[in-house]
Structure formats: structure tokens, C-alpha cells
Write a protein that binds this ligand. Sequence first.
Ligand SMILES: [Zn+2]
Length: 309
Amino acid sequence: MSMRELVVLGTASQAPTRQRNHNGYLLRWDDEVILFDPGEGSQRQMLHTGITATDLTRICVTHFHGDHCLGLPGMIQRLSLDRVPRPVAVHFPAGGAEYFARLRHASSFYETAELAVEPVDADGQRITLGIGTLEARRLRHPIETYGYRLIEPDGCRMLPERLAAYGIAGPDTGRLLRDGHLDRDGRRVTRDEVSVTRPGQRFAFVMDTGLCDGVYALAEHADLLVIESTFLESEAALAAEVGHLTAGQAARVAAESGVRTLVLTHFSQRYADPRRFHDEAREHFPGDLVIAEDLQTVQVPPRRVPSPG
Ligand SMILES: [Zn+2]
């Protein structure tokens, strides 16, 4: 079975703490390994995960505040040091291209790795991947910020016992799958009669934003949602002012959007006890709830149960 999991590199907003590294996240999804928002120390944190620079296929940056991008110089230079043999795609807000250019060449190094730089310059921009679609949505923050979601299309799973009942085998199965029907012994057998829908999975990454339409668009029906909850409701006014979410807001978005596993992260250093995020979120979100810790792995939940075709 293919591997789909989130590996958390760091969970601190703004400044690292003794317990929390700057932000940073890895998503392993079949043959894609995507690094999101590498803050300071991401390269060293990655050493603890079993994932190497050579595994990376893509880097996504939501915006150019330091806790989301200061790890880029080290990570980019590491790609060359390790002679990563294929291009690594990089996505970031197009308005921050100047910051990216500086981070990319922050110091002298022998550059061998190839970056496929594809900035995001429109709300709803879609990038086609082998595993589905990567979509960027504009978020609400003092500088240009995009969240990302990964959408796997629905598939189709053939039911061997139904195929056998209709006497369909071999190349006929492929024909039926391709054409949607097969004429056999004077009767038409449709694909729906011999298969069930295999629901596609979704991952969403929402970082640094006040509440806005983009947050809901990204979170919609996510199997796994990683979302910032910098503050608690006691600081709701401050959160709104500086373009951040509270744990309560993030949890309500997840509940209203049909999210299955909710991962809260990007915590302000003003709160010493992470249970407060859990308790506040739990009031609104009944599903699988994770208050992220550094170096934690979170599995994408198993596929939703297929519906009969
Ligand atoms: Zn920010």
C-alpha cells in the first residue's frame, strides 16, 4: 500500500522555543514528498525523520515571513550537496520572488541541483501532478500568502465477483473500464454495475491567515487538514488584527468543512501548555484532533468507505 503521511518538523510561530522548532512540514504522498514552509532548523530536523533531501520532489512556501522560509537557503544548498538527480519543483507567492531569489542564493555554494520554479500568481491556480491536482488559494495576511491543497480525483474499483457473474475477464475488463460499457450476449453491462467509486483523498495546508473564503475553500472535505492556530480565543481580537487564527476558529472551520483529521500547529510562544489548544478546539471539532509536536508523524486516515456504483 502506498504511504500517505505528514511528518512535522517544527511547530513554533515567529521564534523557536526550547520545545518547538520553527515551522516546517513534510508530506509523503505516494511518489511525492513535499516540503512545506521550511523555517530555521528544518534541515537538521529532517535528519531525525528518515526522509532525505534526495527524497524531496517539491517545496511549497505559503509566504515570506521568516518562520516560513528561513530554512530555504539550507534546504536548497543541501539539494546540491546531495546531488539530487532530478528537478525539484518550488512554489511560492509570485509577489515574493525577490525574497525567494535572495534566499536561493543567500551564500556561495556549488550549485548542481535543478529547481523547477513555478510561482503562484492567481487565486485558485492549479498545478497538475501525477497524483492529482495541487491548488493554491489566497489567504488573508499582511503580505501575499497562499494556502495549498492536494486533490486526488475519484477512482473506480472493479468488483471481481460481479465481473465473474457477467462472465467478463481479460481485455474485456479494460474495455469496459475505458468505454464505460460492454455489449455482451445481447446485453449492455455498464461500468457502474461491476464497480464501486474509490473516493479520492484530500490534504490541505492553511498557514498564516485570518478567517476568509480561502480557508474554507482549502479545508473543504479534507481528509487531513494542517492549519495554523497561533492564538487562543482569549486573543481573538489580536488574531484578527494581525491575520491569524485561534484554535476555536480553526476547529470550527474543520467541523463545518467535513474535515476528518485536524492538525493544529504554528503556536505562539506565549502559551506554555499545549493542552489549552486541545481543550478549546475540542469544544467545536469532534473528529480526530492532533495538537502537533515536533517530529510527530500523522497518518492520512484510510480512504472513506466507497459507495456502491
Ligand atoms: Zn506570517
